[in-house]
Design a protein around this ligand. Structure first.
Ligand SMILES: Nc1ncnc2c1ncn2[C@@H]1O[C@H](COP(=O)(O)OP(=O)(O)OP(=O)(O)O)[C@@H](O)[C@H]1O
Length: 250
């Protein structure tokens, strides 16, 4: 169950940049894992997941995707992929229901599938009562939940989320993380970035720590904490990445 990815020696140099944003990144993401890609501001997390999703081109390197039945073509992988970006990828002027119907059709779901998934997700994420209200009237937490529903309407086997809980209250965060756990229990591989280390520690069973475009470590959460003899991912994070600010333009 689930989809896995082997990332081999990925390098990324943006056209306007003088240095690489990713520098020889290699990573194995096992099928069915809850995989956290963590790191300070500017480390390269968004660049890496944007390359995995095919949103931007890599400069060098390879990505291989596989299911339990063996290697799958990247084109096939894209069909099984769900992506929840950090910025809202939704239409503010449409209602939450209309957004889900639109994106369901974009994923080639039939009318019946669109209706049942829309109904299911609006209920699941506490949005049923506002199904017919324009998204521009929603709070940040409600918009994040719509953003998530859009990313999973086609029932992806691998789901990539870029800071899915940024700026949301405890209730919305709880609903989002519970749904991610449920999807994972049903076999969906989850790849996630976050600056909430306590949340990442609770959610992820595997992590990669990335800093200045390089992978510092990639291992199970349990083995990392055991190795560093601590119960705090934040402690390990600060130990390995330091306490200096990462302001790139000063
Ligand atoms: N379009 C771009 N052109 C040039 N440089 C870029 C571009 N996008 C990102 N970068 C640079 O690439 C590096 C990695 O950025 P990226 O956004 O991937 O980091 P991040 O780990 O996601 O950071 P954050 O936690 O702040 O979201 C940074 O130095 C950033 O300034």
């Amino acid at each position: 169950m689930g989809i896995g990815i082997d990332i081999q020696h990925i390098t990324k140099r943006y056209p306007s940049a003088t240095k690489n944003s990713l520098d020889g990144v290699s990573l194995t993401i096992n099928p069915g894992s809850k995989f956290g890609i963590l790191g300070p501001n500017g480390a390269g997390k968004t660049t890496l997941i944007s390359i995995i999703c095919g949103i931007i081109e890599k400069t060098e390197g390879n990505i291989f995707c596989h299911s339990d039945k063996g290697e799958i073509e990247y084109k096939e992988f894209r069909k099984k992929l769900g992506f929840v970006p950090q910025d809202y990828a939704l239409f503010q002027e449409l209602t939450s229901k209309q957004n889900l119907e639109y994106f369901g059709a974009l994923y080639n779901l039939n009318r019946k599938q669109i209706a049942s998934q829309t109904d299911y997700l609006l209920n699941k994420l506490g949005l049923a009562a506002v199904a017919d209200k324009q998204v521009c009237t929603f709070s940040g937490g409600m918009k994040r939940r719509v953003n998530l529903a859009i990313g999973i309407i086609h029932q992806p086997q691998i789901l990539i989320l870029d800071e899915p809980t940024v700026g949301v209250d405890v209730q919305s965060k709880n609903a989002i993380m519970k749904l991610l756990d449920e999807l994972n229990a049903n076999g969906t591989t989850i790849i996630y970035t976050s600056h909430h280390l306590a949340e990442a520690q609770e959610f992820c069973n595997e992590i990669a720590l990335i800093d200045m475009g390089k992978i510092i470590l990639s291992q199970t959460m349990a083995s990392l904490l055991k190795e560093h003899q601590t119960n705090s991912l934040k402690e390990v994070f600060l130990e390995l990445t330091g306490e200096e600010y990462r302001d790139s333009n000063v």
